[in-house]
Every structure is written in C-alpha cells, then in structure tokens.
Ligand binder design. Structure first.
Ligand code: ZN
Length: 233
C-alpha cells in the first residue's frame, strides 16, 4: 500500500541555459536565481468564498520555458513544475480532499496534445499522499481511509459551430464560461464541506480560474484553494 516516491530523473543540464548542473537540479544557480517568488493572492470568488492563489513565481523565464514545453517528451516539464510547486509553496500543510485540474483550453490542446494541469495535479496528489502518510506514521496514528485524490470534476463544454462564427473577443468570452461539472462524479462523491484545490499551469487574467471557482462554489465546499505554477503579476 505504501507509495514510494520516485525521484524525478532530471537531465544533468540546466533546463534554461543548457549549462551542466548537478543531477536533480532543473536549473543552474544563475537561472534559479531568476525564479522570483510571488506573494499569495486572494481571489474573490463570490460573497461567500475567496480563494488563496499559491504559485511558484511570476510568468518569466526560466519557468516560462517549462510552461511552454510542447513536445511529448516534455511531460517531464509538467512533473518538474509539480515538484517546484511542492517545494516552494505551503501546499503540503493544507488540508486537501480533492485536487481538481482545469481542463485544457482547446487552443492549447492543439499544440500540446496533453493537459499539463492534469499531470501537475496527479503529481501533487502523490507528493501529498506520501507526505501525509509519513506524518501520520510519525504521529503513530492510523494512516487513514481518507486520502487526497484527483477529481476530474470539470468539463469543457463542447465547441459548437455557432462558436466558430463568433468574433475573436466574443469567442474568447464564450470559452471563459464554457465549463461544466462532471455530473457522473457528482453522483458518486460528496464535495460539500470538502477542501478543494484547483490546479492550473498558468494564471493570466484569472478569468478562467474565477469562472471555474464559481462553479465549484455551488457545491458548498469547505474551502477552495488555487494552485498554479506561474501567475502573471
Ligand atoms: Zn541556467
């Protein structure tokens, strides 16, 4: 049952400037210094909920390179982002029931072919499970039935032909509100009074995150926290 954390096999060169680095470092010391932490942000969701936003840093190199990594081989980049989120935010200390990836924007699915938020979410859940188990073991309490898990709670509504006819700005707005809840999952899980963590790779205007958080708020969770790798500051 015990899950053993697999260390990520990082290439032994800097992901940003390609200078050699010691194994398990993504960036050389010079590039790592460019990752500037950002203060946590509070997003107002509605009158009842606000969601703290945890992020590694602003959207700039060298992390920007990991966000933009496109090839299949760059699933590794998503894992690296997850590891950096885990190491550099306070996520581990939060009570979490469900980690919910934001579905991939269709414009990005075309270029990437997989959902970075989903891979980040899966990896964060693994880190969190291992962390909680270790902590419970040290407290000599029973590593519980209750464990954090990924929930694919969100769906992007299908694009319609109608949408293709909209002008660019209108289409963008349409996409922003084009989420719905996965009703199958709602039938089998209880999200009321649970601690939800919403995961995306990048937060730009916050419009996507807010529209999704508003949807989650209708489930009356205990808390909503947003975790992104980078945010535009
Ligand atoms: Zn470097």
């Amino acid at each position: 049952m015990q899950k053993i954390m697999q260390p990520i096999l990082a290439p032994a060169y800097c992901e940003s400037c390609y200078r050699p680095v010691v194994p398990e470092q993504f960036f050389c010391a010079d590039c790592a210094r460019l990752i500037l932490p950002v203060a946590n942000l509070d997003l107002k969701v509605n009158s009842k909920y606000s969601a703290p936003v945890l992020a590694i840093s602003n959207y700039a190199d060298p992390l920007k390179k990991l966000i933009l990594a496109k090839n299949g081989g760059n699933r590794l980049a998503s894992k690296q982002l997850a590891q950096l989120i885990w190491e550099q935010t306070s996520l581990r200390y939060l009570e979490i029931d469900y980690v919910i990836p934001v579905p991939l924007h269709w414009t990005r699915l075309v270029t990437r072919g997989f959902n970075q938020a989903e891979i980040i979410a899966e990896n964060l859940v693994e880190y969190k499970q291992a962390f909680d188990q270790e902590r419970l073991a040290s407290l000599k309490s029973n590593p519980a039935n209750k464990s954090v898990q990924v929930a694919h709670l969100l769906k992007r509504s299908k694009r319609t032909n109608y949408q293709a006819e909209l002008k660019t700005v209108a289409r963008w707005q349409n996409v922003q509100t084009a989420f719905s809840l996965n009703t199958e999952l709602l039938a089998n899980h209880i999200f009321a009074n649970k601690n939800l963590v919403l995961v995306d790779d990048l937060m730009t205007t916050g419009a996507t995150v807010i529209s999704v958080a508003k949807l989650l708020a209708t489930l009356k969770p205990k808390s909503i926290t947003v975790v992104v790798a980078c945010r535009v500051v």
